[in-house]
Structure formats: structure tokens, C-alpha cells
Design a protein around this ligand. Structure first.
Ligand code: HEM
Length: 232
């Protein structure tokens, strides 16, 4: 049953489609970033670039889900009708957001400081482990809805309604695409500007990085298998 058939407002559906599209971008970049970890010494430049690139879509994702959060708690009838996320996801959401900010924030701080401060490396590794675990559950819960939500934006464009104050016609899809492209372009500019900071790290052999990398790849494969089994 489509969202429209469920009587959901185009604002709510538009927000959900925006979150799903950004989620897909975050998923691709997260898997690419995890793939650099097992051989970090030789892939440190790619790790820096993809890590900073990820910051753009993550900010956009936090904004789109934050909008839903604010509209829900400020009593917006349409968002109230949609209801909150399931309890486990609701409880985990702040952990996912905070671990993501700690992971990317400590990564950028390490790019600026160089390999010196051990504490920053510890924050980066611990937030990575918390992020990996919470993201795996989050992706397992949502990844099956993402392709349909993105495809719907092309198959079933949302009508412009009085509610969003515009004349009838397809709306929002271009804005959703523009938000994603803007987030990626701004992050790519920052990533290029930060690339020279990778030089001191070239050849860096951190303890246990390979083990962390293998663990991360194993969690990705495990999540993918779980999603496929659930689908079947
Ligand atoms: C760094 C990574 C991510 C962060 C910080 C993040 C954050 C959030 C938050 C806070 C919510 C609202 C609470 C909830 O429903 O659980 C949410 C919802 C959602 N996320 Fe993520 N997420 C991330 C990655 C992803 C990925 C990789 C996907 C794609 C598989 C995804 C797809 C979704 C979907 C479909 C929703 C529900 C949207 C709705 O019903 O309105 N997220 N995300």
C-alpha cells in the first residue's frame, strides 16, 4: 500500500524519501570507508578522502531525521499519524548519531594533528566500534525499504498540494536530489582541501588496525546475509 493510500501527507512522504536517498549514499560511502581499514597503511589517502566525503551526507541525514523528530515532538498531526520509529531504533538513534559525530570528528582532528595524540586514536577506534554495531542494526532495519522509497520518487512523484503551498504538479524530487548533490560537493571540496594532511600518515602501521578491518568487513557481510535471509 503506497504512503499516499495510507493518507500520509506529502511533507511526511517527502521527508521519508529524502532520508532514504541520503541513507543510500551514506551506505555506499560507509562500505567504501570500511573497505579501506584492513590495509589502512596503503589506503590512508582514500580513507581520509572517503571519511571527509561521508561528513556531507551524514550532516544532511541528521538534518532530515532531525526535522522529522522536531515535527513529531512539536505535535505536527501528519508526523504524529506516521508515528515514531520502532522502540529499539528510537533508543539506538542518539547512539548512532553521537558515535557518527565522534568517529568523523576524531578522524578530521587526527588529520589535522597527525599520528601523535594517542587519546584521539582511542576515541576514533572506540567510536568506530560503537558506530559499526549501531549502523549494522540500523541498516538491517531499513535497507529493504530504501530501494522502493527512492524508486517511488521517480515512479510516483508527489503532488504539490495546498499543504506545501504550491500549484498542482510534481514537486520535491529535484530538491531532494539537489540536497544530496550539494552535501556531496561541499564535502568533496573539504576532502580535497584536507588531503595534504594525509602525508604524515602514509605507511602508518597502527596496532590492531588489520584486526579491526577484518572485524568491520565481517560485520558488513554478516549484515548483508541477515538482510537476504530476512528477505527470503
Ligand atoms: C551514519 C549513518 C547514519 C545515521 C547517523 C542515521 C541516523 C538516522 C536517524 C537518527 C533516524 C531516525 C530514527 C530512526 O528511525 O531510527 C534514521 C532513520 C532512517 N534511516 Fe538512518 N542513519 C544512518 C545511516 C543510514 C543508512 C546507511 C541507511 C540506509 C540503509 C539509513 C536509512 C534510514 C531510513 C530509511 C530511516 C527511516 C526514515 C523515515 O521513516 O522517515 N540510515 N536514520
Amino acid at each position: 500500500m503506497t504512503e499516499r493510500a495510507r493518507g500520509e501527507s506529502s511533507g511526511v512522504v517527502g521527508n521519508e524519501r529524502l532520508t532514504a536517498l541520503i541513507g543510500a549514499v551514506v551506505l555506499v560511502l560507509s562500505v567504501a570507508e570500511i573497505a579501506t581499514v584492513p590495509t589502512l597503511g596503503s589506503l590512508i589517502v582514500a580513507h581520509f578522502f572517503v571519511g571527509v566525503l561521508l561528513a556531507g551526507p551524514v550532516v544532511a541525514k541528521t538534518a532530515s531525521t532531525g526535522w522529522r523528530f522536531i515535527r513529531y515532538y512539536s505535535g505536527d498531526p501528519a508526523y504524529r499519524r506516521k508515528g515514531p520509529p520502532r522502540l529499539l531504533l528510537r533508543v539506538m538513534a542518539p547512539v548512532l548519531v553521537v558515535s557518527t559525530i565522534a568517529l568523523i570528528g576524531s578522524g578530521i582532528a587526527l588529520a589535522i594533528t597527525g599520528p601523535a595524540p594517542e587519546i584521539l586514536i582511542r576515541v576514533h577506534v572506540v567510536s568506530f566500534l560503537v558506530w559499526l554495531a549501531t549502523l549494522a542494526v540500523h541498516v538491517f532495519a531499513y535497507v529493504r525499504r530504501v530501494p522502493r522509497l527512492i524508486a517511488d520518487d521517480w515512479r510516483r512523484p508527489l503532488p504539490r498540494t495546498r499543504e506545501n503551498g504550491a500549484a498542482p504538479g510534481p514537486s520535491g524530487r529535484r530538491m531532494r536530489l539537489a540536497v544530496n548533490i550539494a552535501a556531496l560537493v561541499l564535502a568533496a571540496i573539504a576532502a580535497v582541501l584536507l588531503l595534504p594532511t594525509a602525508a604524515p600518515w602514509e605507511g602508518w602501521r597502527g596496532q590492531a588496525v588489520t584486526g579491526l578491518g577484518v572485524l568491520a568487513v565481517a560485520v558488513c557481510i554478516g549484515t548483508a546475509v541477515a538482510v537476504m535471509l530476512k528477505r527470503r
